[in-house]
Structures are given as C-alpha cells and as structure tokens.
Design a protein around this ligand. Structure first.
Ligand SMILES: CC(C)(COP(=O)(O)OP(=O)(O)OC[C@H]1O[C@@H](n2cnc3c(N)ncnc32)[C@H](O)[C@@H]1OP(=O)(O)O)[C@@H](O)C(=O)NCCC(=O)NCCS
Length: 201
C-alpha cells in the first residue's frame, strides 16, 4: 500500500480479555441494555453512521448486500443502551466458538463524556462472556475517540498486539483527515505521524 504523502499512519491496537474475572465493572448510570433480536441491517448501518461519524471509515461503499451479509452472519448480535427509553449507544458481538469479538462499540456524540462509555462497556463485556467464550477480543485505533483505548484498558482488557500501517492516501480515512472531518485524527494528531500537524487542522 503506498504511504500517504504526509506520512500518516494508522495505529491499530488489538485488545483481549482472557478471564471474566479480569473485568473491572463500572456502572453508576441508569443505563438499560437490550438486545435487538430481530436482525435489521439498516439499523446497524444507521448506528454505525451516527456513532462512528468522524471516527469510523471504510464502509462508505458498502451496498445493501454487504450490510445484509454483515448482520446476518452466524453469531452476530446487536445490543442497544437506553437512558430513560432513549437510545444512547450500541455494541455488536460476534460469537465464534470459544471467542467473542466486540465489533462496533460506542455512544451517540450527545452522550459522550458522562460515564456511559464505562457502563456500556461493562455491560458489553459481561454479555461477551456469556456462553462458551474463552476469550473476548476487540480492535481500536488512533482514529477512534481518545477515551476508547483508555476505557478498554480501564475495564481490564489487555493489549495483545499493536500494528502501525501507512494510510492509503486514497482511503476514506485519509481523505477525511485532509478535509478536517476526522475527529479522531484531530484529537490524536500527536500519534498520527508524518506531517499530521500540517494536515490536521
Ligand atoms: C469511546 C467512548 C465509548 C467512551 O465513552 P465516554 O462516555 O467518553 O467515556 P466515560 O466518560 O464513560 O469514561 C470511560 C473511560 O474512558 C477514559 N476516559 C474518559 N475521558 C477521557 C479522556 N478525555 N481522555 C482519555 N481517556 C478518557 C477513562 O479511562 C474512563 O474510565 P475510568 O473513569 O474508569 O477511568 C465514546 O467516547 C464514544 O463512543 N466515542 C465515539 C465512537 C468511538 O470512538 N468508539 C470506540 C471505537 S473502538
């Protein structure tokens, strides 16, 4: 993959939890969590677009069929968090034999920074550990919200591996960074590398 002219790179952290007893619970809000049991690909597309706006890139070109395939795969679950009946965020789980992956995780921008991220993650990890699971895994990167990695570590997840990949200049993420639409890059400019300070306004 050619490097971005500005030398931008993505740092991907692969996190895991190997024992349910490692989970450091944190609640303290009136959050209710319920599974959306009926699969509805357009719900996941909407949640991804709203929660991930400014942070998550790469699915811009997904077709209806891509979303259907994504949400209809075996072991896929969608969970929403509610405060007083209003959805505040969501997470997706993918259960595959002895491993559960937390796929998308996050809050609507309006609810960030009030302790709900810690509470929602506590609920996500508890549910991830249900069943046959021996390991819970999740990936985050330097384009996510700056509280993402600290939240995962604070709840007891461990860093298994970190990758540093050049950002393809043609990618949606690189384009968003150049245009000042990547909020994660604005917060995390210090670890984007290259000439990030010149690129990220
Ligand atoms: C990541 C996200 C879920 C965190 O939620 P939040 O409401 O901001 O976090 P909380 O206030 O509940 O704090 C949770 C933890 O984040 C960390 N944290 C909170 N604010 C922080 C900040 N400004 N800087 C660094 N870490 C911070 C702390 O570790 C805290 O845990 P602690 O209180 O036990 O120490 C939320 O910001 C979000 O959804 N962002 C957009 C989507 C996204 O990036 N999702 C993650 C994809 S991997």
């Amino acid at each position: 993959m050619p490097a971005d002219p500005a030398g931008l790179f993505e740092v991907i952290h692969h996190l895991e939890m190997r024992r349910p007893t490692d989970l450091r619970h944190k609640r303290g809000t009136d959050l209710e969590v319920r599974q959306a049991r009926l699969r509805l690909w357009s719900l996941n597309r909407w949640l991804h677009g709203e929660v991930g706006r400014g942070y998550w890139f790469g699915r811009e070109g997904w077709t209806t069929e891509d979303w259907q395939r994504y949400t209809e795969r075996e072991g896929f679950e969608t969970w929403l968090g509610y405060l007083e009946g209003t959805p505040v965020g969501y997470f997706e789980l993918v259960r595959a034999r002895e491993q559960t992956r937390i796929k998308c995780f996050g809050l609507f921008a309006h609810f960030v920074g009030r302790g709900l991220g810690a509470h929602l993650l506590t609920e996500a990890l508890e549910r991830a550990w249900q069943g046959e699971t021996q390991k819970v895994v999740l990936d985050t990167c330097n384009l996510d919200h700056p509280a993402a990695l600290p939240n995962y570590l604070a709840r007891g997840m461990q860093l298994a591996r970190t990758e540093r990949l050049p950002l393809n200049p043609a990618s949606a993420a690189a384009q968003a960074i150049r245009e000042g639409r990547c909020r994660g890059a604005i917060y995390n400019a210090h670890n984007l590398g290259g000439d990030a300070d010149n690129v990220v306004k």
